[in-house]
Design a protein around this ligand. Structure first.
Ligand code: FAD
Length: 401
């Protein structure tokens, strides 16, 4: 009989975990499994603020895909997905095409620009190994440029982080730890360097516990971060930002972290989407398709308690991979009843650089070192789920103290 073809798009949290789950279940090669990813490595998106600021090397956040999956059991293709042709059950890649019987879409997200002019042209995004390597090098270059010019340009030492949500705050935390090191290295006064965290909403970390938000803001302010809250950005220019209130801030570096939308492939392929994300059925299938599953940042699921979408997280992407792989196994086994997905939100921890963090785990608030240790436990737990203890030892964060 013909073996069903399962194609997994994207080797992020959702895609990698789905692949390893299906690999385990496919001991007898009942299905032909293919994983497609732009790069030959898997990176941990949730760590990217660190290599972006230069506090951790990017190689610590990534691993070769063939070091985690068994390429005798899963066919790995390094290529970029351009489009999904659902009517032909085909995926168009930059360098070819693939047929599928079952498809898993786990292509992650893209920065949400809200159509604000200049963001795409002039701002950096914390998005991939490529993008964060670029940010780190750019920051260093600006420090190196400063003293090498006759006429000093203060904007070389001005850093604007647009958005004080989780990603923005985590990046500002790392940057505020990195700046003193850079000042030392490039003979620059710390006072010359400006770090702005600019947020349109009335608070940093909107929706998070007030006490924890205050803790984070006080800590970051003590490291010289200036918050501009309630301050929407109107435009990003080559030499800085223009605020809604008419003021301009000159800066050679603007990092955009105001949230994400689903991968552009979703809309290009004609799926009905909200900010690029497909509102999936309870079993994680795309509405109207009985063989297409969508997981991670490409999927939209509603928190029924508040009737609003869950913010997309790695935590949810990982949990969805279990439901998704179980449901594909069930379909192949001819079962009709599929599992329904319910997220089990264990908590949220945001790092603030160094050994500082804030977190809410259940109803327990965590600050400082205990929150930072918890963050490492979360990061290591993922590595454990993906590749067991050997992967934790190889790539984990083991410096707890
Ligand atoms: P990703 O893990 O982003 O993976 C997508 C994959 O698809 C990538 O490997 C990419 O290379 C590949 N890809 C993209 N486009 C194509 C294409 N066209 N063709 C082929 N391959 C492609 N979440 C938490 O739960 N906790 C946190 O503490 C947390 N912190 C974060 C900190 C930062 C700095 C950021 C940026 C995010 C953070 N998040 C956190 C959110 C979390 O990273 C995402 O929700 C999660 O990565 C989504 O997983 P995913 O599998 O959908 O996509």
């Amino acid at each position: 009989h013909k073996r069903p073809k399962i194609v997994i798009l994207g080797a992020g949290y959702g895609g990698m975990m789905t692949a390893t789950r299906l690999q385990k279940a496919n001991a007898h090669h009942d299905a032909e499994i293919t994983l497609v990813n732009k790069h030959n490595y898997h990176y941990q998106t949730t760590w990217l603020h660190e290599p972006a600021a230069g506090t951790l090397h990017h190689d610590r956040t990534r691993m070769r895909i063939d070091s985690v999956i068994d390429t005798k059991k899963i066919h790995f293709i390094k290529d970029a997905v351009s489009e999904i042709k659902t009517d032909e059950q085909k995926v168009i890649l930059e360098g070819g095409e693939l047929e599928y019987d079952y498809l898993v879409i786990g292509l992650g997200s893209e920065p949400e620009t809200f159509g604000i002019p200049g963001v795409e042209e002039h701002a950096f995004a914390i998005r991939s190994v490529n993008s964060v390597r670029h940010i780190r090098e750019h920051i260093e270059y600006k420090f190196a440029s400063y003293n090498s010019q006759e006429e000093k340009h203060d904007e070389d030492l001005t850093f604007i982080v647009a958005g004080a949500g989780f990603t923005g705050i985590e990046f500002v935390g790392e940057l505020s730890k990195r700046v003193p090191e850079l000042c030392e290295e490039y003979d620059i006064d710390r006072d010359k360097v400006k770090i702005y965290s600019v947020e349109a909403a009335p608070t940093a970390l909107p929706g998070f516990d007030d006490e924890l938000v205050n803790y984070a803001m006080n800590l970051l302010e003590s490291r010289g971060v200036e918050f501009l809250i309630n301050t929407p950005i109107k435009e990003v220019k080559e030499d800085g930002v223009l605020l809604n209130n008419g003021e301009e801030i000159k800066a050679s570096t603007v990092v955009w972290t105001t949230g994400v939308r689903g991968n552009a492939v979703i809309e290009k392929s004609g799926f009905e989407a909200m900010r690029g994300r497909i509102k999936v059925e309870k079993d994680l299938r795309a509405p109207g398709f009985d063989n297409i599953f969508v997981i991670g940042d490409c999927a939209l699921i509603i928190n029924e308690e508040i009737n609003r979408p869950y913010p997309p997280t790695a935590q949810i992407a990982i949990q969805q991979s279990y439901t998704c792989s179980n449901n594909i196994k069930a379909l192949i086994a001819g079962k009709e009843k599929l599992e329904e997905f319910t997220p089990d939100i264990k908590g949220t921890v945001a790092s603030l650089g160094g050994k500082e963090a804030i977190g809410l785990v259940g109803s327990t608030k965590l600050y400082g070192h205990s929150a930072s240790a918890m963050k490492k436990v979360i990061d290591n737990r993922y590595l454990f789920l993906l590749g067991g203890m050997p992967l934790v030892l190889k790539k984990g964060k083991l410096n707890f103290f």
